[in-house]
Design a protein around this ligand. Structure first.
Ligand code: SAH
Ligand code: TMP
Ligand code: ZN
Length: 405
């Protein structure tokens, strides 16, 4: 039996998605035979409520100089992070020091840097860290952990804010990271992070949020436990519409700030949903299996009827959908994507060709599977000329027309 990564109790294995490649490892034909696979499966800890991956490839296999995810590809996310920068700045006093864990291409910190505010980005993927630097963001290309935190502390002093978005849930050793955070934070400093929210994942059966990088699917229940162990208290939470439903958590040293009423409200919501019991996870497994069956049936039917189906956006999430549901190029002809380093390559595991976004209007399919369902509004506005049908799998497998979105 596997053990919880946080509290070391025994994990209940909930669901296996089977053999899975690295979600962002888009590859060339010559690399097919050496592709890396692992078993993607989730377990639940009854003691600290953490829903987590049982096995995860080592961080160095996922985050490196050819990392394929560039934050600034979405306009909506660019606007979101400009708002975050302004919010963080408004929380601080004179000469603050703002640290971001996993700043990627500098999407958020460039707005802090442009105001000459002391800051530091920690970003292990060298290619995106370089872009951040080119935007004037001070960036070190390293993994954040308790030892990196000590080095930052001795060079820069304490941090007023430690922020991270869609990164905390990637870091396997949370107990060590939490230690680093608590040492680096000033006495009245805040740790603020946002990640896809377990409540949305369970309610929408958005199992595609589960892939190699996302080792944890957080709730208020599990975050309070994991960070409470080092004396950090959850003082606020805000639900966000990003990435199909996220939660922003604010933590501080215990007793420094009052706890907002949002925290109580969301803890109550989670108790109603049952995130502190095993039953909703079992129901989630059944829902995933139902969703897989419905999607396969739909795609097979469309093919049998002679329709052309393409994928829209080669997201990391699409790797889970395609491999779990066994969808290959016999069902989906190609996937369009705006990211240059994905184009001309093949999707991980199922080896569907990735083509430039222009291909979509040049050779439109009858049906387009919206893998980037979290960018629905932005994409529907951009593709208003597409008169085919869209397919989604959240919250149910469904066909819809662009103008109805
Ligand atoms: N914050 C950005 C990027 C999210 S992608 C956004 O929301 O768009 C996840 C990022 O986390 C990647 O750029 C990856 O290189 C980085 N990362 C992974 N492990 C990390 C660690 N231990 N410390 C800092 N960054 C890490
Ligand atoms: P994400 O869902 O993990 O944010 O990944 C977004 C991916 O979708 C990225 O590869 C870029 C791609 N994309 C498009 O191809 N077209 C678009 O309009 C948007 C918003 C994203
Ligand atoms: Zn645990």
């Amino acid at each position: 039996m596997s053990e919880c990564r946080i509290c070391k109790s025994s994990l209940h294995k909930i669901i296996s998605f089977g053999k899975m490649p690295i979600a962002n490892a888009f590859l060339e034909e010559s690399q097919f035979s050496s592709e890396h696979f692992f078993e993607l499966a989730c377990g639940y800890c009854e003691k600290c409520f953490m829903f987590q991956l049982i096995d995860q490839p080592t961080p160095e296999i996922m985050f490196h100089d050819e990392y394929a995810f560039f934050s600034q590809t979405s306009k909506h996310m660019c606007n979101h992070f400009e708002g975050v920068a302004n919010k963080l700045i408004s929380l601080t006093r004179e000469d603050p020091f703002i640290v971001e864990i996993g700043c990627n291409d500098g999407i958020m910190l460039k707005h802090v840097a442009s105001k000459n505010i002391r800051h530091l980005g920690i970003e292990p993927s060298g290619n995106v860290a370089k872009i951040a630097n080119s935007h004037g963001v001070s960036t070190v290309s390293e993994f954040f952990n308790s030892s990196t935190a000590d080095t930052i502390l001795s060079k820069n002093g304490t941090a007023d804010i430690i922020y991270s978005a869609n990164v905390m849930c990637h870091i396997p050793d949370i107990p060590d990271l939490a230690l680093g955070v608590v040492n680096l934070l000033s006495d009245d400093g805040r740790l603020i992070f946002e990640d896809p929210y377990l409540g949305d994942i369970l309610e929408k059966t958005s199992y595609d949020q589960i892939y190699d990088e996302h080792v944890y699917l957080f709730s208020l229940h599990s975050v309070s436990q994991a960070f409470g162990a080092v004396g950090l208290e959850l003082i606020n939470c805000e639900h966000l519409d990003t990435h199909g439903g996220s939660m922003r958590y604010t933590l501080a040293k215990s007793g420094v700030y009052p706890v907002s009423s949002n925290v109580r409200q969301y803890l109550d919501y989670e108790r109603r949903l049952g995130v502190n019991r095993i039953d909703p996870y079992v129901e989630f497994r059944n829902n995933c299996e139902r969703s897989k069956k419905a999607l396969r049936q739909l795609l097979q039917q469309l093919k049998e009827n002679g329709h052309k189906v393409a994928g829209y956006a080669a997201t990391s999430k699409s790797t889970t959908i395609l491999n779990y549901c066994g969808i290959d190029s016999s069902l989906i002809d190609y996937i369009t994507d705006t990211t240059p380093i994905k184009q001309g390559k093949f999707s991980p595991g199922m080896h569907i060709p990735i083509v430039p976004a222009t291909h979509f209007s040049e050779s439109p399919p009858d049906y387009a599977f919206l893998f980037a369902w979290n960018h629905l509004k932005e994409i529907m506005a951009k593709e208003s000329n597409f008169d085919g049908n869209w397919i989604t799998h959240v919250p149910e497998v469904n066909i819809f027309q662009g103008e109805l979105a």
